[in-house]
Design a protein around this ligand. Structure first.
Ligand SMILES: [Ca+2]
Length: 238
């Protein structure tokens, strides 16, 4: 299974629900007509309530609206939300736009916005693509909430993702609050690192489903993922 089919499945389910609702409504209407009600008789058609997708709590989470929705900072005045990356073999996960953090020596890049955290969808998710030439321990990705670090991981060769990977951060401690969520990358003065981002959203659980290339259909629990990541990293210094 690949991401396109996940996407289609999700939208497919919504389409099926919509069709069921339409058929039900038409059936009620036609039944009433078939019973030969007098003109002016009241007919009631009940339509289902469809809740908003949780993804709407992030403004421009897929970056397809361009440079909007996010407060952007780049110490090197880089264009962070953009349509082309380097290496140019990296392209946005979806659509034409994505975000590129890091990308230069001694860079600090962040994207942030104020987001309401809901108890039912309290897991921040985003897709990242790490390309780094550095050793571990020098360049970092961080997630902060109201300035407090809730996540940090290395940008280094052994953390290179070789494709888009979904990342999940548990923000359930902030459920019910409107908070400032910041995703940040920092690089030091040698051996560059890039952190590409796309599809920032929220989901109900900590489950991470890996990207379509490689280990398809494998589900990792958030709690065990750091162990996998640590296992893949060797001790390195520069
Ligand atoms: Ca570096």
């Amino acid at each position: 299974m690949n991401i396109e089919s996940h996407f289609l499945n999700w939208h497919g389910r919504k389409l099926v629900l919509a069709l069921v609702a339409l058929i039900a409504a038409l059936s009620i209407t036609s039944l009433a007509a078939a019973e030969g009600d007098a003109p002016g008789a009241q007919h009631f058609v009940y339509l289902p309530v469809v809740s908003r997708s949780a993804t709407t709590q992030v403004a421009n989470g897929n970056f397809e609206s361009g440079v909007t929705g996010w407060t952007i900072y780049s110490a090197k005045s880089r264009n962070v939300i953009r349509t082309s990356f380097s290496p140019n073999t990296v392209t946005p996960l979806s659509g034409a736009w994505g975000a590129w953090l890091g990308g230069m020596y001694s860079e600090i890049t962040h994207l942030e916005q104020s987001i309401k955290i809901y108890a039912g969808t309290a897991y921040l998710t985003y897709w990242h693509y790490i390309t780094s030439s550095d050793y571990c321990g020098y360049d970092f990705a961080r997630v902060t909430v109201n300035g407090t670090q809730v996540e940090q991981y290395d940008l280094c060769t052994t953390a290179n993702t070789n494709g888009w990977r979904k990342h999940v951060v548990n923000l359930s401690a902030y459920a019910g609050q409107t908070v400032t969520v910041r995703i940040r990358a920092t690089t030091d003065n040698s051996l560059n690192s890039n952190l590409f981002l796309d599809e920032v959203s929220f989901q109900a659980t900590g489950a991470v489903q890996l990207a379509p290339d490689g280990m398809n259909d494998l589900m990792f629990d958030e709690a065990t993922l750091p162990e996998w990541e640590d296992m893949l990293k060797g001790p390195q210094t520069k």
